[in-house]
Ligand binder design. Sequence first.
Ligand SMILES: Cc1cc2nc3c(=O)[nH]c(=O)nc-3n(C[C@H](O)[C@H](O)[C@H](O)COP(=O)(O)OP(=O)(O)OC[C@H]3O[C@@H](n4cnc5c(N)ncnc54)[C@H](O)[C@@H]3O)c2cc1C
Ligand code: SF4
Length: 338
Amino acid sequence: MNSFDYTRASDVAEAVKLKAASPDAKFIAGGTNLIDLMKYHVEQPRRLIDISRLPLTAVEETSAGGVMIGALVPNSTLAYHPVIESRYPLLSSAILAGASAQLRNMASTGGNLLQRTRCAYFYDTATPCNKRKPGEGCSAINGLNRGHAILGASTSCIATHPSDMCVALAALVAKVHVAASSGERVIAFADFHRLPGDRPDLDNTLRPDEIITAIELPAQGFASNYSYLKIRDRLSYAFALVSVAAALKLDGGRIREIRLALGGVAHKPWRNEAAEAALRGQAPDREAFGRAADLVLMDAKAHAHNAFKISLARRAIIRTLTQAANATPQIQSIKAIR
Ligand SMILES: Cc1cc2nc3c(=O)[nH]c(=O)nc-3n(C[C@H](O)[C@H](O)[C@H](O)COP(=O)(O)OP(=O)(O)OC[C@H]3O[C@@H](n4cnc5c(N)ncnc54)[C@H](O)[C@@H]3O)c2cc1C
Ligand code: SF4
């Protein structure tokens, strides 16, 4: 059992002040990832700063035509919010593909961005792991790596980012609003999560004294032509082997705008703008989608047990783009029985 102090912050200013004063502290929101990590002794914060009661629970349309989502909006509230369901169904669909109904009720929007990898060695303190303890080595590279990265990995770490919601946020080109005692800043979603390089212990570019306050969606929600496809070992309660978020704008039988992001394949949600550019102006057919998939996977590299992910990703990209083009999005099972 780890002993720790517990403080509940009453506003953002108090939360960031407490965090700046104790570098060993951790914010706790829904606790669905942090508490597990503490039980496994992977995280050992000296103090928990409870931010779950902060007034960051609004989903509001902005003057720019987009939507601002408070960092403490529960995943389930967000997925079923009428504005999100009608204007950003890709985001609803990705959230509902994740975890379970109970977990989504607890999990917060900000916490979802900061959930840590599901690499089994990361959770097993008896094995070396550079993400847990820099310099120890990576047990997955020559170990069991069926679920690991095929894109953007390094010789230090081949872990993947586990979030579904973040794949949709990458495709929607969201922004992350953060605050610290010294002020506020906005981080482009593409710059929020990191590739492992030689610092796999750093998942993202959030500074230690910063708190996520909101996620901002731009006006373009791709409500007509979208799909989120998640391929996993079980239909629910399992992380993605490969997932794809696709969103299109069609005009006169051609692709006018396109977004394509993958989950389960890299240390961060994987968006490939070159593949998107290659599809603009093309007819939305299988051949064009295949060429785009080849561009996305051009530099893919397999390890001993995950070569299947490369061909799986290619097929998943083509299928998701086809679903989006035909306006027949993947139905998440929870949606069907709601
Ligand atoms: C069994 C299981 C299955 C799951 N399956 C899926 C899945 O299929 N797909 C998926 O996407 N997710 C899945 N999840 C993950 C779940 O979505 C995340 O655990 C959840 O989103 C984390 O949110 P939280 O509020 O509980 O975060 P917490 O556990 O409270 O915090 C997580 C981290 O974020 C930090 N933090 C939280 N909020 C903020 C903030 N506002 N600012 C700065 N730091 C903050 C905390 O300090 C901590 O480091 C699963 C989880 C479990 C336990
Ligand atoms: S892949 Fe990354 S998280 Fe997994 S053991 Fe290697 S260093 Fe650790």
